[in-house]
Design a protein around this ligand. Structure first.
Ligand code: ATP
Length: 369
């Protein structure tokens, strides 16, 4: 068992910066939880408080039901893997992994068993006698993980552990970490500013901004039902399009209107409106790039959700093409089939998948669905 619970946790640094505000979270045993948000939002501070490397200004932290605010890091039964996974350059891989256990005076045979087991899990068996400089970046990062694994901690804390790796290796290590989590069956708390890492690895994601939790949920739920404009814009790439629009009732049907265009709002979405009085008001309409279409069949199927747009730029990505569009001054990005015929300078028809509309309150920026 290793659940980690934060109750009304605050961190105020000397000098008055409030880095974390009223942080409430129950991390269940064996979860892979990812804290994600832009630089400076308080992710690292939160992780360091859990590790015991930073004092908690206010609130309570429980590990396994025990209040640990005043328990020193070494007695918290956690292991932390950092972005700069400084390995000892003069020691072999084996000794790097064994070092922490030797310090703790763990018997030699047990150290040997644990190091070999970690090496097996991480695919490092053939490298045990090498020095770090004779390893690739990914292998070094695995040694850093190995050092944590041999301690058999209740909780793994990881602070952007992949950020020093090149793009390809990062993708590979993402899968390896997810597999490692499955194998170890331990609680992982992982910090990143990269929403793709968060989406692909987390069993739950905590989106933070300015020291405040914005939303906690499974990746797909956050993607499909973002709580507010910030989460909607932060999760997903290219990011969700936002359009200032007005909800209008015309002959019993509701439309989102902007720049002379009207998009039909289907019954299903209207039923989800938190307050029917939004009809008649200004709102922010959200639509993800993949929910905009330029194929003829789509345009014909949903004639009440078609607008005209000028193509500014097309970007070929291989399996898809991004169209950067201009709708009378409103920029929109569409993610379409690479066989699209649209090219820069064209004026084309674009259809909205009306079942995928998002709507936000203009003032509070909260989702109104
Ligand atoms: P990044 O992704 O850039 O690492 P982060 O989300 O991890 O950012 P933190 O490092 O937790 O953010 O910082 C949160 C806020 O606290 C920032 O405004 C930062 O400037 C401030 N801060 C961090 N450490 C200290 C410190 N030791 N003293 C004062 N302010 C600090």
């Amino acid at each position: 068992m290793a659940d980690v619970v934060l109750k009304h946790v605050y961190k105020v640094y000397p000098g008055g910066v409030t880095a974390v505000k009223d942080f409430n979270l129950e991390i269940q045993d064996k979860e892979f939880i990812v804290l994600v948000g832009p630089s400076g939002c308080g992710k690292t501070t939160t992780l360091r408080m859990i590790a015991g490397l930073e004092e908690i200004s206010q609130g309570e932290l429980y590990i396994d039901g025990k209040l640990v605010n005043d328990v020193p890091p070494k007695d918290r039964d956690i292991a932390m893997v950092f972005q700069n996974y400084a390995l000892y350059p003069h020691m072999t891989v084996y000794d790097n992994m064994a070092f922490g256990l030797k310090l703790r005076k763990v018997p030699r045979a047990e150290i040997d068993r644990k190091v070999k087991e970690a090496a097996r899990i991480l695919g490092l068996e053939e490298y045990l006698n090498r020095k770090p400089k004779a390893l690739s970046g990914g292998q070094r990062q695995r040694v850093a993980l190995g050092r944590a694994i041999v301690r058999n901690p209740k909780v793994f804390l990881m602070d952007e552990p992949l950020s020093n790796l090149d793009a390809k290796l990062r993708v590979q290590m993402r899968t390896e970490l997810a597999k490692l989590h499955d194998r170890l069956q331990t609680t992982f708390i992982y910090v990143t500013h990269d929403q793709t890492e968060a989406m692909t690895m987390g069993t739950r994601i905590v989106v933070m901004k300015d020291g405040v939790i914005q939303q906690v949920d499974k990746p797909q739920t956050i993607y499909d039902y973002p709580n507010n404009l910030f989460v909607a814009g932060f999760i997903g790439s290219p990011q969700m399009n936002f359009i200032d629009a007005r909800l209008e009732n015309k002959n019993g049907k509701v439309y989102a209107t902007f720049k002379g265009f009207s998009i039909l709002v289907p019954e299903g979405i209207l039923k989800r409106l938190k307050d029917p009085s939004y009809v008649g008001k200004e709102i922010v309409l959200g639509i993800r790039p993949e929910d905009l279409h330029d194929e003829e069949v789509f345009l014909e199927a949903y004639p009440e959700a078609v607008i005209e747009a000028k193509v500014d730029v097309t970007e070929l990505m291989g399996p898809e093409t991004y169209l950067y569009l201009d709708v009378n001054g409103v920029p929109l990005t569409a993610r379409v089939d690479p066989r699209t015929r649209a090219k820069a300078g064209d004026v084309i028809k674009i259809g909205f998948d009306i079942n995928k509309l998002h709507m936000f309150d203009k003032e509070t920026e909260m989702s109104i669905l």
